[in-house]
Design a protein around this ligand. Structure first.
Ligand code: HEM
Length: 529
C-alpha cells in the first residue's frame, strides 16, 4: 500500500507544472485497472470452440469438403461428439448430431439459431432472400410464414388436398395398367408430387409449361449445390472456372420469364372478372396476388392483420413459388419411394400392413382419408421410414449472435448443420438404430415427430420447422397406403428383397441412389381404372 501511495505521489509530483501531463497520468491510473478487469472478465468467460479436426492455415478444413454429407458428418460425429466444429475458409461450421444439443439449438436458444445461411448462388436465385425459406429470422420472415401457414399451406386450401387425391388415383391407374411387369415406381412417384405441387401453385389449367418449369428447377437445384470458392474465401470472388456466375444469371432470367407470364395471366384473368372476383378454384399465385403491391415497393410491418402487414413484390412471389416447389416435391417423393422400398425389403412388415389394410378398409375399395387414422401399423411404418431417411437430412441454420452451447463458444454467423439423419440413428436414443423396425413406434412414450422430441426431427422443430408438414404427410400417407392396398409388390427378375440396394445420394434431399423398380399385381376386387 505504502508503495502504491509513493507511486501515485511520484506521478503527481513529476507532472505538477504540466496540467496535460497530470491529466493523462490520472487517466492512465483509472483506465489501466478497468482495462485489466475487463480483460480478466473476458478471459474468465472465454470459451473454446467445440472440438473438431485441426485445419490448415487460411483454408481450414476445406480439404474435408467431400465429407460434408449427412453420412460423412455422422461418421465425424462418432469421433468428435454430438457438437463439433469445422472451419471452411473463413466460415465457421458447427455440426449438431445429438438430441440434447439439437434441443439447445432448436428450442432453448432458437432465437439465436433461427437465421438461414445462404451461399452466393442461393442469395442470387432467391432474389436476395425475398422468399421465406432463406429469409433471416425477423419481421419479414414472420409475416411470410403467417402467409404460408394461414393461406398457402392451409388445410382450407381444398384445391391442394384435392390434387393429392386426384394424383393418387392417377398413379394407381398407371400401375394397374402395367400390372405384372416392372414399373419405375420412383419416377411415377416423382411425377405425382411434381403434379400435386405444380397444380397447387399454378392451378389445374396451366400444365402446359410443366416441362420447362421442371428444367428450370433442375438447373436451380444444381446451382444450389455447386461448389463456389467465394462462399468460403470471399476475396476470391473473381475465381469462376466453371462459369457459375453466367449460369446463375441465365437460370434466374429463365425463371423470371416463366413466372412473369403466369403472374400476368393471373392478373389479366382477375381484371376480366367483374369486381375482381376470382375463379372458384384459387391457386397459390391467386392467393399471393392478393398481397401484391403492384408497382410499389414491397413492405412489411408487425401488424396482426396480415392483409395490412405485408405487401409483396413480384420477386417475393417468384421466390415463394420456388420455396414451395423445392420444399414440396423432392421431399415427399423421396419419402414415398423410401417407404415403398423399405416395406418391399421387409416382407413380414409388408404382410402386416396389408393385413391391416384388408381388415380396416376391406378389399372392395381404395383407401380414403377417413381410413388413415385407423391404420396404426401403417403409420408406424411411415414414421420408421422418416426416422431412417429424413428427406432433408441436414437442417441448415445460422447464428444471429455469439452463443454458448454445452460450454462451447459458437461464433456469430456460424453455419449450423443439424444432422437429422444422425439424430434419427443415434444409438443412445434408438435400439438397433440402423434397422427398419416399425413396431418400435407401438411402444408407449416413443418419440414423435411433431417437434417436441429431439430424437426424431424429420420436419425440424421450433420456429423454422416445416410449414408444409400437414400437406406433405397427407400426400405421403395417401399415396403409400393406396399403393400398398391396391397391389402386392415383387422385385423384378427374381431379385430377393434382401438384395435391394438401400444406398442414397446427397443433395438438398437424400433420395435413393437408384430408382425403385417393382412389379405390381392388383389385389382388390373393385376395378382400379
Ligand atoms: C415429407 C414431407 C416433408 C418433409 C420431411 C419436410 C421437411 C422439412 C424440414 C426438415 C425443413 C427445415 C426445418 C429446419 O430448418 O429446421 C422444412 C422447411 C420447409 N418446408 Fe418442408 N418438408 C416436407 C414437405 C413440405 C411441403 C409439402 C412443403 C410445401 C408445400 C414444404 C415447405 C417447406 C418450407 C417453405 C420450408 C422453410 C421454412 C422456413 O424456413 O421457415 N415442405 N421442411
Amino acid at each position: 500500500m505504502q508503495q502504491l501511495h509513493s507511486f501515485v505521489d511520484s506521478l503527481l509530483v513529476s507532472s505538477k507544472d504540466d496540467p496535460t501531463k497530470l491529466f493523462s497520468r490520472l487517466l492512465f491510473l483509472f483506465i489501466a485497472p478497468v482495462a485489466a478487469l475487463l480483460l480478466i472478465i473476458r478471459w474468465a468467460r472465454w470459451k473454446p470452440y467445440p472440438p473438431g479436426p485441426t485445419g490448415l492455415p487460411l483454408i481450414g478444413n476445406m480439404m474435408m469438403m467431400d465429407q460434408l454429407t449427412h453420412r460423412g458428418l455422422a461418421r465425424l460425429a462418432k469421433r468428435y461428439g454430438g457438437l463439433f466444429h469445422l472451419k471452411m475458409g473463413f466460415v465457421h461450421m458447427i455440426v449438431v448430431s445429438s438430441p440434447d444439443e439439437a434441443r439447445q439449438v432448436l428450442q432453448a436458444q432458437d432465437h439465436i439459431f433461427s437465421n438461414r445461411p445462404a451461399t452466393i448462388a442461393i442469395s442470387y436465385l432467391t432474389y436476395d432472400r425475398a422468399d421465406m425459406a432463406f429469409a433471416h429470422y425477423g419481421p419479414f420472415w414472420r409475416q411470410m410464414r403467417k402467409l404460408c401457414v394461414m393461406r398457402l399451406f392451409s388445410r382450407k386450401r381444398a384445391e391442394s388436398w384435392q390434387s393429392v387425391r386426384d394424383e393418387t388415383d392417377h398413379i394407381v391407374r398407371a400401375m394397374a395398367s402395367r400390372a405384372g411387369s416392372p414399373v419405375n415406381v420412383g419416377e411415377h412417384v416423382f411425377n405425382l408430387t411434381k403434379n400435386v405441387i405444380y397444380r397447387a401453385a399454378f392451378g389445374s389449367s396451366s400444365s402446359e409449361g410443366q416441362e420447362e418449369f421442371i428444367a428450370i428447377l433442375q438447373e436451380f437445384s444444381k446451382l444450389f449445390g455447386a461448389f463456389n470458392i467465394a462462399d468460403f474465401i470471399p476475396c476470391l470472388w473473381w475465381v469462376d472456372p466453371n462459369g457459375l456466375n453466367s449460369r446463375l444469371v441465365k437460370a434466374r432470367a429463365a425463371l423470371d420469364r416463366f413466372i412473369d407470364n403466369i403472374i400476368d395471366g393471373h392478373i389479366s384473368y382477375k381484371k376480366k372478372k367483374p369486381n375482381g372476383v376470382v375463379k372458384a378454384e384459387e391457386d397459390m399465385v391467386d392467393d399471393l396476388l392478393n398481397f401484391y403491391s403492384g408497382d410499389e415497393m414491397g413492405k412489411v410491418s408487425e401488424s396482426d392483420d396480415l392483409q395490412n402487414a405485408i405487401k409483396l413484390t413480384r420477386d417475393n412471389i417468384k421466390a415463394i413459388i420456388m420455396d414451395v416447389m423445392f420444399g414440396g416435391t423432392e421431399t415427399v417423393a423421396s419419402a414415398i419411394e423410401w417407404a415403398m422400398a423399405e416395406l418391399i425389403r421387409s416382407p413380414d412388415d409388408l404382410k402386416r400392413v396389408q393385413k391391416e389394410l384388408e381388415d380396416k378398409v376391406g378389399l372392395t375399395r381404395r383407401v380414403d382419408e377417413s381410413d388413415l387414422d385407423k391404420l396404426t401399423y401403417f403409420r408406424c411404418c411411415v414414421k420408421e421410414t422418416l426416422r431412417l431417411h429424413p428427406p432433408i437430412p441436414l437442417l441448415l441454420h445460422e447464428t444471429a449472435q455469439e452463443a454458448v452451447v454445452g460450454g462451447y463458444r459458437i461464433p456469430k454467423q456460424a453455419r449450423v448443420m443439424i444432422n437429422a439423419f444422425a439424430i434419427g440413428r443415434d444409438p443412445n436414443s434408438w435400439s438397433d438404430p440402423d434397422s427398419f423396425k416399425p413396431c418400435r413406434f407401438l411402444n408407449e412414450g416413443v418419440p414423435d415427430f411433431k417437434g417436441g422430441n429431439f430424437e426424431f426431427i424429420p420436419f425440424g422443430s421450433g420456429r423454422r420447422s416445416c410449414p408444409g408438414m400437414q400437406l406433405g404427410l397427407y400426400a405421403l400417407e395417401m399415396c403409400v397406403a393406396n399403393l400398398l392396398h391396391s397391389f402386392t409388390w415383387d422385385l423384378p427378375d427374381g431379385m430377393k428383397p434382401s438384395e435391394l440396394s438401400m444406398d442414397d445420394i446427397f443433395g438438398l434431399t437424400a433420395p435413393r441412389a437408384s430408382r425403385l423398380i417393382a412389379v405390381p399385381t392388383p389385389r382388390l376386387s373393385c376395378p382400379l381404372y
